[in-house]
Design a protein. Structure first.
Length: 182
């Protein structure tokens, strides 16, 4: 008998079927989540083919380890964590290095976009993709995926202050990119 999860999932019946190895249920879960998971990976790795491969691998891993899903968070959040971790592992294999800033320098950087900067989301998305890898990963995890700096630090194996400084510099670079494109 399957324990009732702590988090109420709208697709709990499919999740339960996936636990039994039901291929049709797995395909339906895939159909429900693949676009969001692909976009999450793409924002991190910045390569369509690699994002597709990572997303596929993430689903395979999730279905293999579905019995470890405890239901304390939504299934989508659990799956997203797998996708994010796989995507980050892929970047780490490409020897991504994070630049640690002195705390005083980090505090001196402005975190605010100029009030007159108004651009559409497509321009912002493109500008984020033009950021260097370290900046792009931190800004993506913080702004788009909703992680806080402590979580980003744990995920990337860096300090939370390094995450904050990377985020601050990424925002500054993003403003520069957006302003130069106008």
């Amino acid at each position: 008998m399957v324990k009732k999860p702590a988090y109420s999932n709208i697709h709990q019946d499919l999740i339960d079927l996936c636990r039994t190895g039901d291929r049709e249920a797995q395909f339906r879960i895939y159909e429900l989540y693949y676009k969001a998971m692909y976009n999450t990976s793409l924002r991190i790795v910045k390569n369509e083919t690699e994002a597709e491969d990572l997303m596929q691998d993430s689903f395979l891993s999730a279905f293999e380890k579905i019995n470890t899903y405890s239901g304390t968070v939504s299934f989508g959040a659990w799956l997203k964590k797998i996708v994010v971790n796989r995507s980050l592992d892929s970047i780490k294999k490409q020897r991504l290095y994070f630049e640690t800033l002195d705390e005083k320098v980090a505090l001196g950087l402005s975190d605010d976009f100029p009030a007159e900067t108004e651009v559409d989301t497509e321009k912002i998305r493109k500008a984020i993709m033009d950021l260097p890898d370290g900046f792009r990963v931190v800004i993506t995890l913080y702004l788009l995926e909703g992680y806080d700096h402590e979580e980003i630090g744990q995920i990337l194996n860096i300090s939370s202050s390094t995450s904050r400084s990377q985020y601050s510099r990424a925002r500054q670079k993003l403003v520069e990119i957006l302003e130069s494109n106008e």
